[in-house]
Ligand binder design. Structure first.
Ligand SMILES: NC(=O)c1ccc[n+]([C@@H]2O[C@H](COP(=O)([O-])OP(=O)(O)OC[C@H]3O[C@@H](n4cnc5c(N)ncnc54)[C@H](O)[C@@H]3O)[C@@H](O)[C@H]2O)c1
Ligand SMILES: O=S(=O)(O)c1ccc(CO)cc1
Length: 480
């Protein structure tokens, strides 16, 4: 007999809840307590194939809507998200672990994004190119690329799903999304809001399953024309191989290991306040999280001391508790990763100044951690921690800082704090990243592209550039 308190989460194929007999299920766990709170249905191979085939029909229907109609529907979705913010936020907190305040911010930011994408979809113009031939017009038309297979991650379940679904629908594409199995409920609720607002059931479907099986099957499907993925670089590399073999367009938003350069002319107090808030946001589980701090030796000790003092003041606990500043990590395996990286940093000469341990009792907790003097050989300086661990290293000059910052293959976000124009200009030119914050840790906004370089991604999300990733160009020569 099933426990009545454990809820069921279905797949959503062509507008129908799919939970039926014979399908595998997996538990949904609250990371703050370790308790099973729900159960998720996993797609069969037949479910995956049906979703892909249905997406083709959904595309034919959705692409015929005008950009204005599509924008109006997305605007209704944004309103629904805002008015249901408390329900969505509490689903995020109970399945992902983040604080309710962070969860509300995620929902409201995602609503803004969905609305902005719909609006921007009205401005995806083609071009008239002056012709070199008389009696002929040369036009560049933009067509939606077709059904999209989207894979989103567990750190920002609503935000990442809203990005994937919002881009595809605003561009006129249909989408099959496979969100993270760990935190499914808020994304399913979001998908239902799109349908309620007027998106045809076949144009947006939600699959959960065995990730490798779902991606292999969808990427190979003749109906799917584009792949978009957010997750680790290693999985991205694997999906890139599959997409390459099938000649499908891709957008990949992968890992990052953001360097932070702090020069001796920076406003240290302002830096520390912003840096601690940014480092421990979402328990450090953000691809743009600042993680390697290269601080000029003249202000190193002062900076580290002030950072540690603020980090120690954070209250760690269940995200549902209003006193909590930082919730648990999303899964037990993230705690193991923090243990391994911290231990390795210590064996490479690093010093723990605060944190460095979990919490006794249930739940996947790891204290806000600061490590000083971590050597370049430590894994922590080369591998993305994706958790609440900050590593500090002193540097003697801006050249040294840039060299250290550019020493990994990642290239997502980077940050630098300096008060000189000359320093800012050298950093702008020298830091190998796709997103640069100068004297700020401002997170992503809808109107700016979000794009990693090197091992951090291919293509862009958000901004005009994100929509263009979902379009094909058609060159038309019209004679007569
Ligand atoms: N860029 C981001 O926003 C982001 C988000 C989450 C995780 N990560 C990365 O993930 C690492 C740790 O998390 P993880 O171990 O869960 O990473 P992961 O790459 O294994 O998983 C991330 C997401 O990808 C999905 N996934 C995994 N294998 C897949 C496959 N073969 N096909 C399709 N989807 C697949 C998972 O369901 C999960 O939601 C971190 O080090 C970080 O680099 C990055
Ligand atoms: O909260 S945001 O800064 O918008 C943000 C950035 C990146 C990601 C992907 O990890 C999620 C949220």
């Amino acid at each position: 007999m099933r426990d009545n308190h454990i809820y069921q989460v279905p797949l959503l194929i062509n507008g129908q809840d799919v939970t039926g007999e014979g399908r595998e299920r997996r538990p949904i766990v609250n990371p703050a307590t370790g308790e099973t709170i729900g159960e998720l249905t996993l797609a069969s191979v037949a479910d995956i194939d049906l979703a892909a085939e249905t997406a083709q029909a959904g595309f034919e229907e959705w692409r015929r809507r005008t950009p204005l109609e599509r924008a109006n529907i997305l605007s209704v979705v944004a309103l629904a998200m805002r008015s249901d913010v408390e329900r969505l936020a509490s689903l995020l907190t109970s399945e992902q672990g983040k604080t309710l305040k962070e969860a509300r911010g995620e929902v409201l930011g995602s609503a803004d994004l969905v609305q902005w994408l719909g609006e921007e979809g009205k401005r995806v113009y083609g071009r008239v190119v002056p012709s070199r031939f008389s009696n002929m017009e040369q036009l560049v038309l933009l067509d939606p690329v077709g059904p999209v297979a989207a894979f989103s991650a567990w750190n920002y379940p609503i935000s990442l799903a809203a990005r994937k679904i919002g881009h595809a629908l605003a561009a006129g594409c249909s989408v099959v999304i496979k969100p993270a199995e760990e935190c499914p409920s808020a994304v399913l609720a979001l998908a239902r809001m799109f349908h309620a607002a007027g998106v045809p059931p076949a144009a947006l479907q939600v699959l959960f399953g065995h990730p490798a099986q779902v991606s292999e099957r969808l990427i190979a499907s003749p109906h799917i024309r584009k792949i978009t993925f957010t997750g680790s670089t290693s999985v991205g590399r694997h999906l890139a191989t599959l997409a390459g073999a099938a000649l499908k367009k891709v957008t990949f938003e992968l890992g990052g290991h953001a360097p932070v350069i702090v020069m001796d002319d920076a406003d240290i107090d302002a830096f520390v306040e912003a840096a601690v808030a940014s480092k421990y946001r979402n328990a450090g589980q953000i691809c743009t999280s600042p993680s390697r701090f290269f601080v000029h030796e003249r202000v190193y000790q002062r900076t580290v001391d002030a950072f540690v003092q603020r980090a120690k003041a954070l209250t760690v606990g269940n995200g549902a508790d209003s006193a909590t500043d930082m919730g648990p990590l999303a899964q037990g395996r993230r705690v193991s990763a923090m243990e391994e990286l911290t231990h390795d940093a210590l064996t490479h000469g690093g010093r723990i100044l605060t944190g460095g341990a979990g919490r006794s009792g249930a739940g996947y907790f790891w204290q806000p951690t600061v490590l000083a003097d971590v050597s370049a050989e430590a894994r922590l300086m080369r591998e993305e921690p994706f958790g609440p661990v900050a590593a500090f290293q002193p540097v003697a000059s801006l050249d040294d800082a840039l060299r250290a910052a550019n020493s990994t293959e990642y290239g997502l976000a980077g940050y630098a704090f300096t008060s000189t124009i000359e320093g800012a200009r050298r950093i702008q030119e020298g830091l190998r990243v796709g997103i640069l914050g100068l004297n700020t840790f401002t997170p992503s906004v809808p109107e700016m592209p979000f794009a990693g370089v090197r091992d951090s991604g291919i293509g862009a999300a958000m901004g005009y550039e994100g929509l263009m990733e979902h379009m094909n160009v058609k060159a038309v020569f019209r004679a007569g």
